[in-house]
Design a protein around this ligand. Structure first.
Ligand code: HXC
Length: 257
């Protein structure tokens, strides 16, 4: 049973994962990342879970990698850092993650948020990559995913100055898709996740994969992947059910087949 995470559900197909290391503003130590990777691996195999809400506390989604733990690792330690394996497992998760973000979302915390498929933030959330202040730089995708999310100019400013941006700025820049009152963030993220959980699981999974392809391939390769995925879905029972339900003017009952 994990103890740096709180788990609720699945309820209506949604598992809620709350980062719970309040004494360190949810700093992502190896144990927490390992628990998260393990919970997601289990969730990936559980048909009752169709989407995940990932959240932290009102004060912090996560204030970054655990700086005290990092201080103990030298160059050789970094080479064999088990956290890389955990980050890779989080990135591999095939079901949608909706992040409900409040407070400090810094360094590895901002990078973790960018591993989510949809980000909803409370109006006092703060996003930043402050690693430069520690004499280091982002190491879990911050220089790559942030550029893709907010563009070269703002990402460069954030990474090189270490200065955070507000939730409002994050919304304008496209880092988050909605802004809420802080006390409503989890509720809103859960409503979005529940909406997704009602859809055909195979279609959701392939759509997520295709959307990811848009970030790491050229257009022709991405379009080819989309066409293959679209074609594969033509062989599913859920496609038949979805179209039939439309024609019969009723709600579709998807089974994941
Ligand atoms: C370890 C942390 C921490 C962190 C906060 N804490 N952030 N511990 N690692 N990243 C701890 C503090 O030491 C303190 O513990 C407690 O949480 C509360 O924090 P305070 O600093 O007292 O709170 P406040 O004054 O409100 O300031 C909040 C803050 C500040 C602005 C978020 O804590 C801060 O600057 N944190 C570091 C942010 C950062 O640099 N993140 C990037 C890390 S590097 P005590 O025991 O003193 O009460 C990174 C690299 C990723 O993420 C690479 C991935 C591969």
């Amino acid at each position: 049973m994990p103890n740096l995470l709180q788990l609720e559900g699945p309820h209506r197909g949604v598992l809620r994962i709350t980062l719970h290391r309040p004494e360190a503003l949810n700093a992502l130590n190896t144990a927490l990342l390992g628990e998260l990777a393990g919970v997601l691996a289990d969730a990936g195999r559980d048909d009752a879970i169709r989407a995940v809400v990932l959240t932290g506390s009102r004060r912090a989604f996560a204030a970054g990698a655990d700086i005290n733990e990092m201080a103990e690792r030298d160059l050789v330690g970094m080479l064999d850092d088990p956290r890389q394996r955990h980050w890779a497992a989080i990135a591999r998760f095939s079901k949608p993650i909706v992040a409900a973000i409040n407070g400090f979302t810094l360094g590895g915390g901002c990078e973790l948020a960018m591993h989510a498929d949809i980000r909803i933030a409370g109006e006092d959330a703060k996003f930043g990559q402050p690693e430069i202040n520690l004499g280091i730089m982002p190491g879990a995708g911050g220089t790559q995913r942030l550029v893709r999310a907010v563009g070269q100019a703002l990402a460069t400013q954030m990474v090189l100055t270490g200065e955070p941006i507000s939730a409002r700025r994050a919304l304008e820049a496209g880092l988050i898709s909605e802004i809420t009152q802080p006390e409503l963030t989890v509720e809103r993220a859960t409503a979005i996740a529940e909406r997704i959980a009602e859809k055909a699981p195979l279609a959701v999974r392939l759509a997520k994969e295709a959307l990811h392809k848009a970030l790491d391939t050229d257009l022709a390769t991405g379009l080819r992947f989309e066409r293959h995925a679209f074609t594969v879905l033509a062989g599913t029972a859920d496609r038949e059910e979805g179209i039939k339900a439309f024609q019969e003017k009723r709600r579709a009952q998807f089974t994941g087949r």
